[in-house]
Design a protein around this ligand. Sequence first.
Ligand code: FES
Length: 128
Amino acid sequence: MAARMNKRSRGSAKKRRKNTLVKKSGGESDFLLEYERMPKITFQNTGQSAECEADWSLREVIQNQGWPIPFGCENGICGTCLITIGAGATNLSPVEEIEDMTLQAMGMREEHRLACQCRVKGDIEIAQ
Ligand code: FES
């Protein structure tokens, strides 16, 4: 069962509403309500999953769910929060300089990320 995580309480709806300003042909503006699915993070070791707002910190998701991934510095330096991405690596924020330096120093490959440095953009699966 997927746990839901919202910065703002939005009940149990499966999708979040997104307001989009749309220009009508007559020059009038109006709001169109469209639905966007929330990213789903799955922890393959336990089969547990959680949904969160797009752009949430992966660290926050993991810590809120109580998944057994340790954190240390939370600044991308110690490497304690090293994870292996099982699927959806492109749905995370790009690797930035500090994370890249730490991963290289640890000799890690592309499928590895530091959970404290990632923002969730779409569905991902954490292999470990
Ligand atoms: S907790 Fe130190 S690098 Fe993520």
